[in-house]
Design a binder for this molecule. Sequence first.
Ligand SMILES: Nc1ncnc2c1ncn2[C@@H]1O[C@H](COP(=O)(O)OP(=O)(O)O)[C@@H](O)[C@H]1O
Ligand SMILES: [Mg+2]
Length: 280
Amino acid sequence: MPANVIQTTNLNFTYPDKTRALKKINLNIQKGEKVAFIGSNGAGKSTLFLNFNGILRPTSGEIIVDGITLDDNKQVLMEIRQKLGLVFQNPDHQLFAPTVLEDVAFGPTNLGLNAAEIEKRVDSSLQKVGMLEFKHKPPHHLSGGQKKRVAIAGILAMKPDIMVLDEPTSGLDPYGVFQILKILHDLHKEGMTILLTSHDVDIIPLFADRIYVMHHGEVAGEGTPEKIFSSPELVKKAHLRQPQVADLLYSLKNTGIDIKIKLTVAEARDELLRILGKHI
Ligand SMILES: Nc1ncnc2c1ncn2[C@@H]1O[C@H](COP(=O)(O)OP(=O)(O)O)[C@@H](O)[C@H]1O
Ligand SMILES: [Mg+2]
């Protein structure tokens, strides 16, 4: 039986100004999954992620992380934050130390680890995100993509089992996006459960096993990328669009060609070769 690592039951969150940002969210994330939360601006994605590690506390409902029910107890919060690392959308909200090294060392230092262990964790985390050579730089001298990678390293240094990233690819150039996806892919191969938010529907199929579609603070749909993107009404309701690859295949299908809809360039290429009778 796969283990649930995040479970929410009737989770509601209302901001002090009475904005109902999350309404009756019920979800189950299993160990080792790669899950994307997609939805337009204001759908509630960031609010949900801030609830996952207790930065925001639910107005009502329950969150269980790896068997532990989230509450206001300091010990519980610490335990959950060690299991579940949150990478903020804006790295400037996360990076504040004078050097990359000190920033990444902050978490492990707070855990009370010894100097040798801290150094080991800092180096291995920076290595994993390809930022070791920037160890002595001030974070504010780095590019947007480099800052995001250092923010990921800071979380990795806490050795979480679950990593939750808010819009990790937004604002990056194509190579920056590729680097982040590669890091997440490698971490997943090492056994990490990974959740991210995005509104970039072209990127999602390259990452996600499963998608939650959010709209107006609710879960409007859930399923594999194939399932979600074969539901045009859902995609439209959530103010999203199909991946461009799928758009092309849908338009071919509409001309009467018997073609299966695919979501990535590689899969679409194989499908086109198949219908052209060329086997690879
Ligand atoms: N600090 C806040 N105070 C009041 N309302 C907020 C605050 N932050 C976000 N909201 C509102 O909560 C809703 C969900 O926002 P958010 O979680 O940021 O959505 P998303 O990340 O999907 O863009 C929006 O209506 C937004 O305007
Ligand atoms: Mg957001």
